[in-house]
Write a protein that binds this ligand. Structure first.
Ligand code: ADP
Length: 264
């Protein structure tokens, strides 16, 4: 029973051992609780698209003479829900892999511009569809020791969000800068932004400012949580500034390779 405590007072080696034991029990208990919360949150998230699909299928099954267009429309909606479940499962698997001890981080020395370019090439088509321009300023290019695939995932999530939460014809700007042993990748948009009360929560898993909007754009509520995990894994962090109706700036800050020169 993890809630039991050794309850040994006083000083000395035995008391110290008891304290360590109690602390470890507390930690395991905490981890256990987090894990079960995660399973329950994830199940809930998976049930939502399933429930929508069930309603759509049943309404087709139990109605006579449904016109073909309506069938097609419902099938299109079901297809959308399947896509949603698929991205959710992909993100969940990614997180569970990061949670497990076998997570390997494959460090390589890479130029930041090459990773960003790959992300932009992949995301440009969805930006173009909505007439959103992605600009870059990578004149301050730097080298990083990182896991290129993971870093690409993190930057991808930030740029993808910048596009998702920006109106048609908007602008997304990606800038790189390095200073004092740190490299920063800044993703700025002139989109919907968000008010201050949300800023402390958006990196929590499944937190969304506007559930309906996140759903519409195929969001899983895990994107930023994954970004933060990847940043921490590299000894870095991710910061956000945002103003409702004006736009947002997300900055991924990572430690640089030791011998990178600093320009002051
Ligand atoms: P989602 O899959 O819902 O996009 P994320 O974890 O990527 O989940 O983001 C969490 C929430 O933070 C989003 O639902 C959205 O409300 C908010 N958000 C993230 N990026 C932006 C942005 N660039 N502009 C405005 N809101 C954002």
């Amino acid at each position: 029973d993890l809630s039991q405590r050794a309850n040994i007072k006083g000083k000395g080696e035995v008391a110290e051992l008891a304290q360590t034991f109690d602390m470890m029990c507390g930690r395991i208990q905490n981890m256990d609780q987090q894990r079960s919360e995660f399973v329950s949150d994830a199940s809930h998230e998976l049930k939502t698209p399933l429930a929508s699909m069930k309603i759509l299928v049943e309404s087709m099954l139990y109605q006579d003479n449904v016109p073909e267009e309506v069938y097609k429309e419902f099938l299109g909606d079901i297809n959308g829900e399947i896509d949603r479940m698929n991205s959710l499962i992909t993100d969940l698997l990614l997180l569970s892999k990061m949670d497990s001890d076998i997570v390997t981080i494959n460090l390589e020395r890479v130029r930041i511009s090459s990773i960003i370019r790959k992300c932009i090439t992949a995301l440009e088509p969805i930006a173009k569809e909505r007439n959103i321009r992605i600009k870059t300023d990578m004149s301050d290019n730097f080298e990083l020791e990182c896991d290129p695939l993971k870093l690409r995932q993190a930057i991808n999530n930030l740029i993808e969000n910048a596009i998702k939460y920006t109106g048609d014809g908007g602008h997304v700007t990606v800038t790189t800068k390095h200073h004092a042993g740190e490299g920063a990748i800044r993703v700025e948009d002139d989109g919907i932004g968000m008010s201050e009360e949300h800023l402390g929560h958006i990196f929590e898993r499944f937190y969304r400012v506007d559930k309906a909007r996140s759903r519409e754009t195929g969001g899983t509520g895990l994107g930023l949580h994954i970004v933060r995990r990847i940043a921490l894994m590299h000894g870095g962090r991710v910061d956000v500034e945002s103003e409702e109706g004006k736009g947002s700036v997300f900055t991924l800050v990572l430690p640089l390779v030791q011998d990178t020169e600093d320009i002051e």
